[in-house]
Design a protein around this ligand. Structure first.
Ligand SMILES: Nc1ncnc2c1ncn2[C@@H]1O[C@H](COP(=O)(O)OP(=O)(O)O)[C@@H](O)[C@H]1O
Ligand SMILES: O=c1ccn([C@@H]2O[C@H](COP(=O)(O)OP(=O)(O)O)[C@@H](O)[C@H]2O)c(=O)[nH]1
Ligand SMILES: [Mg+2]
Length: 236
């Protein structure tokens, strides 16, 4: 499935490339030379949706419903990182420290986990939940994967509601405490909102009011995906 991306290439300005982490640049070079080795123009391009929103805005909850009703593969960047953190991985300790501080894991690590998950996905309709988290994440993804998202869903939720939901989540997460939540909310405003603004300016964002019950919110989400039916051959 990874090969589906290989023939696609986006141009990113030299200045933006220079702002990328050296490890990311190395990954880009590796994948660019991979791409040159195979002619994959006949492969089908996956339909990629980024699902964004503040911590606790309900991304995971709504993604599960979209996945089950519309047949998308649901890849949660946070879950992939937590799995990696709990495995005997060389990056485990780094990931744990970054998550505990509410900061953002280096793009090269997250993107290689996402790439692996896309490769093993059973659907070519993909939801990427909670990524990209920063402009640096976004630029690295677009350069390495070679595609932009087809669609961006943004869950807009008041901070006090997000905090209430996180404190009630009860999943034993190391970042679901008030001290880390404060940091995550700041990181969301400063680093993640510019990504939403970038894709808004390209007309790709569907903003969903993320207050109300899970079902009420899903009704709004449903309308967006239902309108894509002809494009995606969706069944519902
Ligand atoms: N509309 C809602 N109303 C109340 N609680 C919700 C709603 N949507 C999700 N939750 C709960 O809030 C918490 C955070 O939701 P989650 O989907 O994990 O958010 P995110 O992935 O954006 O952090 C979870 O415990 C979830 O069950
Ligand atoms: O692309 C990502 C996704 C998540 N995270 C880290 O993982 C944490 C939890 O992410 P998740 O999306 O699970 O949290 P949510 O927003 O759903 O509460 C974030 O605060 C970040 O520290 C990251 O660094 N990069
Ligand atoms: Mg989540």
């Amino acid at each position: 499935m990874w090969r589906r991306f290989a023939h696609l290439s986006l141009s990113i300005s030299r200045t933006k490339l220079q702002s990328l982490d050296p490890t990311v640049l190395k990954l880009i070079n590796t994948f660019s030379s991979d791409a040159g080795n195979d002619g994959v123009a006949s492969s089908r391009k996956p339909f990629i949706t980024f699902v964004l929103g503040g911590p606790g805005s309900g991304k995971g909850t709504q993604c599960e419903k979209i996945a089950s009703i519309f047949g998308f593969a649901h890849l949660s960047a946070g879950e992939l990182l937590r799995e990696e953190m709990s495995s005997p991985s060389e990056n485990g300790e780094l990931i744990r420290n970054v998550i505990k501080e509410g900061k953002i894991v280096p793009s090269a690590i997250t993107i290689s986990l996402i790439k692996r998950a896309i490769n093993s996905a059973t659907s070519d309709k993909i939801l990427i939940d909670g990524f990209p988290r920063s402009e640096e994440n976004r630029i690295a993804f677009e350069k390495i994967i070679g595609v932009e998202p087809d669609l961006v869903i943004f869950f807009e939720c008041p901070e006090e509601e997000m905090v209430k939901r996180i404190l009630g989540r009860n999943q034993g997460r190391i970042d679901d405490n008030m001290e880390t939540i404060r940091k995550r909310l700041k990181v969301f405003d400063y680093l993640n909102m510019p990504v939403v603004e970038h894709y808004s300016s390209k007309g790709k964002v569907h903003k969903i009011t993320a207050t109300g019950t899970v079902d009420e919110i899903f009704e709004r989400v449903h309308q967006v995906f239902a309108s894509l039916r002809p494009k995606l051959c969706l069944e519902h």
